[in-house]
Design a protein. Structure first.
Length: 198
């Protein structure tokens, strides 16, 4: 578990990509902690992170050893619940899909999903908490506009499409887009702040 704990009133659980707890995830955790949250990031891989060049190996490892099983997330949020007023789950890529799956389980107060591409396989899951779905406009495997249309029937979902590629918020990725990343991060912080305030 990668974590920052300072006795804050609210917590954020960060769910990593197929690569594991890499520099991008650690940086994201630090940013959330600086914003006034205790941060918990479970390591689903239980190994050193993969490099971006090991994409296929990382993908296969994640599918074999982790998959889209949210039982560990449910246990973590249950353990954290007595200590915090609000718990937010933020996920990136496969972590974004895991966050989406968590949104219908009454285990947190809000979800931010950054380019959770496999949400398209779980659109029947209706969230019971506010969800911000952040998607890249240029996805190779699917059309995010179709996903947007499918999720528009859920009142708890806010869907935003950004002018970038998958991974555009990751400063270590070739897909990084500074302008769109800033917009997405500001939006996510506003979304989280609104949940905390109510």
């Amino acid at each position: 578990m990668f974590e920052f704990i300072s006795g804050n009133d609210n917590a954020i659980v960060v769910l990593h990509e197929i690569y594991g707890v890499n520099d991008h995830i650690k940086r994201s955790c630090k940013l959330f902690h600086k914003s006034g949250f205790d941060v918990y990031c479970p390591d689903f891989l239980n190994r050193e992170p993969f490099t971006y060049g090991e994409h296929e190996e990382a993908y296969n490892y994640f599918n074999k050893h982790c998959g889209f099983n949210i039982s560990r997330i449910m246990q973590l949020t249950a353990d954290l619940r007595p200590s915090y007023k609000k718990i937010i789950i933020v996920g990136f890529s496969v972590g974004g899909t895991l966050a989406w799956l968590s949104a219908s389980k009454k285990i947190c107060d809000g979800i931010v999903s950054f380019y959770g591409s496999r949400i398209r396989d779980y659109t029947e899951h209706e969230p019971d908490c506010p969800v911000l779905v952040i998607q890249a406009k240029y996805e190779e495997a699917y059309d995010p506009v179709i996903l947007q249309e499918k999720l528009s029937e859920y009142s708890m979902v806010s869907f935003r499409l950004f002018d970038g590629k998958h991974g555009f918020c990751d400063v270590f990725s070739p897909a990084f887009n500074q302008i769109e990343s800033v917009k997405a991060l500001v939006l996510s912080h506003e979304f989280i702040s609104n949940i905390i305030a109510h």
